[in-house]
Design a protein around this ligand. Sequence first.
Ligand SMILES: O=C(O)CCC(=O)C(=O)O
Ligand SMILES: [Fe+2]
Length: 269
Amino acid sequence: MRDQLTAVQIEFYQTNGFLVIEDFLDADELEEWRRCTEESVAERLGGAVDFMTNQMDPDAFYARVFTQCLRLADTHEGMNKLICDPRIGRLATTLAGVEGIRIWHDQALIKPPHGNPTAWHLDVPYWSFSSRDALSLWMALDDITLANGCLWYLPGVHRVARFENVGIGENLGGLFKVYPEWREIEPQACPCPAGSIVWHNGLTAHAAGPNMTIRPRRAMTCAFMPDGSTFNGKQNILPDDYFNSLTIGDLLDDPKQNELIWQNSWAEQ
Ligand SMILES: O=C(O)CCC(=O)C(=O)O
Ligand SMILES: [Fe+2]
């Protein structure tokens, strides 16, 4: 695992709001990420999965954007180990420029053959905390190209984005109704070989193209919340009983819900 960051990479991330690290995993590590993703998704969806369809409603537009399985680390031990890796936590903490990082949620995002594009959106406005430093890791489990639905970013917008939620609709460019000034920004594509990762700030606008190939485009992702983040009133993925116990402003520090995977003070021990 290429778990060292250069000053140039950190600067690129902070300026642009995204960063590609090519060939992050070695061949054995990639195999383990693929195995754990495949197993945990199959378990979640109840049986063997060919990644060709979303099991819920295969004809819905969003079902044909990707098969989406959340919080696989809760139910699959191997996935839990991969997602809670302190080396990944340290990278997330360093890029975010914070003191510590917690898991918000992991999710597998598998775009099927002939899958629809992922419309432009921001991540943080969906979540139960409002932070300008939250970020996501997007792990390429296949070679990701312009043809099979690579990620695209609007560089730099994380510094001016707002927390209101625009949502992901069917229109690729729906976000630009809310941010018309971003229409002039040239989107940057991030194709990368399998085993690479892409980081993005949760307020960086991003999208993915359609999958024009006959093979699935597999990605495993994880969103991270800076330690010290507080509840903003939105439920998002919080279970009912925990959600109902919270008041706006409460610290989101329940280790069962949001495990702390890195704190800079740990490096000094
Ligand atoms: O994989 C995709 O198509 C979209 C990914 C995404 O929106 C995310 O990781 O936040
Ligand atoms: Fe996203």
